[in-house]
Ligand binder design. Structure first.
Ligand code: PMV
Length: 308
């Protein structure tokens, strides 16, 4: 039985605070949901056999979802709808997003989670929505850790580890983050391979670096719960250094982090796969800290306030 789509659904973007790359190797990571990830609306087309239309202007996406399409977004969306026993024709889906796409802010997971919710309805359990989203995410990443889909579905601040249930983190104080897009594209799969090559070259020190990132996640969780931004900022700086040593950073990301610290951030690091994408900086709770775009014409930095 093919079920109709629901009229609207939304999902968060995500920013990884600490633990990217190590999470691929079984260590935990902490991430926060970003509001405005994606909002979808669906309406039935007059012809129920017409291909599904998907348009998200901000991401320059304008697709027809057909079985022969090679576009990864079209393939991922059809995987999600198929997983949910949803329709594979006859609908017009429109989306809006406040986040840049392909910048490590979880745009693909936001899309697949919102699409799963269009199919499964507002009452669907988060775990079912995440599972449907992962059917689509595998088209993009092969073997995603799942952190993006969990945060897109649940929002808030979460600790995630492969094969364990997610834990919501209760903040001891509001969290003020700035996200600075580098404007440089990157591929998650290539970045994971780069880190993998470095780990193969450094079997002992590389394993110690991953375990250091795991320890930084545990300590960051304690800092988040205690509302201790100085400790959290120091841990973010430490994580950036370790990720750089594993080959995940770049000269431009290093420059953006140094500039954010000089502007008053309590800590700054690459977020997500690295190589390009964005940095995340922890802003002091009591002082306005303005960050400039990475370069003239690159996407504007933005601030996110996460309430306890
Ligand atoms: O695709 P990104 O930039 O959000 O990177 C995801 C983070 C990794 O740990 C590198 C990969 C994963 O699947 O967790």
């Amino acid at each position: 039985v093919v079920l109709p789509l629901h009229p609207r659904a939304s999902a968060c973007g995500k920013v990884i605070l600490v633990g990217e790359h190590a999470v691929v190797h079984g260590y935990p990571a902490v991430a926060a949901g970003l509001p405005g990830g994606v909002e979808l609306t669906a309406e039935a087309l007059p012809d129920p056999r017409a291909p599904i239309e998907l348009r998200i202007g901000e991401w320059e996406l304008d697709l027809e979802l057909t079985a022969t399409s090679e576009h990864p977004v079209a393939r991922a969306c059809l995987e999600v709808l198929g997983h949910c026993d949803g329709p594979v024709a006859g609908w017009r889906i429109r989306g809006r997003s406040a986040l840049p796409a392909r910048a490590g802010l979880g745009s693909s997971a936001a899309l697949t989670v919102a699409l799963a919710r269009l199919a499964l309805g507002p009452g669907a359990a988060d775990a079912d929505v995440v599972e449907a989203s992962l059917a689509g995410e595998r088209v993009f990443h092969g073997r995603p850790s799942g952190i993006d889909s969990e945060v897109a579905a649940r929002g808030g601040v979460l600790e995630f580890a492969r094969g364990r249930s997610v834990q919501a983190i209760v903040l001891g104080a509001p969290l003020r983050l700035a996200i600075v897009p580098s404007g440089i594209p990157r591929s998650t799969a290539d970045q994971i391979a780069r880190v993998q090559a470095q780990l193969a070259r450094l079997p002992v020190a590389g394993a110690a670096a991953l375990s250091c990132l795991g320890a930084a996640v545990r300590e960051s969780r304690a800092a988040l719960e205690a509302g201790d931004p100085l400790r959290l900022g120091a841990l973010m700086d430490l994580a950036h250094g370790v990720l750089g040593g594993l080959g995940a950073s770049s000269a431009e990301l290093d420059r953006l982090c140094a500039r954010a610290r000089a502007a008053g951030a309590l800590g700054a690091k690459l977020t997500g796969a690295g190589g390009g994408g964005c940095i995340v900086a922890l802003l002091p709770p009591d002082r306005e800290t303005a960050l400039e775009p990475a370069a003239p014409g690159s996407p504007a930095p933005f601030t996110v306030e996460v309430a306890p």
